[in-house]
Design a protein around this ligand. Structure first.
Ligand code: SF4
Length: 247
């Protein structure tokens, strides 16, 4: 039906089917086609929800906590429930937090948001280590709850590993991979080359869109962090959002 629908609609645009019956059939095909696309998206959403529950079990087995959010709006509510008012909050380049509206909510609410752009780098790093909350995303995650991140300056991965009292990850379901090998491949071949586009750097991935395992002085891939277990209950929290977030 999907294949035939557009062809039929195109023919309706000509004078080859000028009668009402053809016009009606056109409308019918368009409706069916939209229904099928919608049904397909619904199935992906259902699959993502089921997969999120698998990831949450994996996180629990690693002394970490997972939350499922059906939408960006749900994700924002869950994130704010994990961040008490008057907390000090730092962020490590988390596009996903911006996409769900969390950064605006923190800047406009009763929080002490550490704005790195307004601080001297060393001072902002020290403030981030001492923060109550650290916001991050993942470059990739496995369905068993391992979190993979690559960093250039290591401010992000070091704060994930140690320092801030609580880490809140905002992770779109587009980041979930079957196993650690595919998660590392995603981090290196999708997340890092996309991240490279944000900077004025000279790396092979910026020109080709693919990782060359470079040793360029401009490389943004200096440190790899795999978070596979937390010694501290309640410190690592992952909000899995049924949407495509970040890269
Ligand atoms: S080419 Fe270099 S900078 Fe780019 S993703 Fe690969 S290792 Fe990182």
């Amino acid at each position: 039906m999907i294949q035939h629908g557009p062809v039929f609609v195109q023919s309706c645009g000509t004078k080859s089917h000028p009668d009402y019956f053809s016009a009606l059939l056109c409308v019918f095909y368009v409706i069916i086609e939209q229904f099928e696309v919608h049904a397909m998206n619904e199935n992906i959403a259902k699959k993502n929800e089921a997969l999120a529950q698998t990831v949450i079990k994996g996180l629990e087995s690693r002394n970490m906590t997972g939350f499922y959010a059906a939408s960006k709006e749900d994700a924002l509510k869950t994130a704010l429930s994990l961040i008490p008012e008057n907390s000090t909050i730092a962020m490590g380049g988390c596009t996903s937090a911006t996409e769900i509206g969390l950064i605006d909510a923190l800047k406009n609410g009763k929080y002490n948001y550490i704005d790195r752009a307004q601080m001297e780098p060393r001072a902002s790093l020290m403030a981030a280590y001492d923060a109550d909350i650290f916001l991050a995303s993942a470059n990739a995650m496995t369905s068993d709850g391992e979190i993979v991140n690559i960093d250039g300056n290591a401010n992000r991965v070091s704060c994930i590993a140690q320092g801030p009292k609580r880490v809140v990850f905002i992770v779109g379901m587009n980041k979930i991979c079957a196993d650690l090998d595919s998660a590392i491949k995603r981090a290196r071949n999708i997340a890092a080359p996309a991240n490279a586009q944000r900077f004025n750097i000279d790396t092979p991935c910026k020109k080709t869109g693919k990782c060359f395992d470079c040793k360029s002085p401009d490389t943004i891939c200096c440190q790899f962090l795999i978070t596979r277990f937390s010694k501290h209950p309640g410190r690592i929290n992952v909000i899995l959002v049924n949407d495509n977030l970040g890269f």
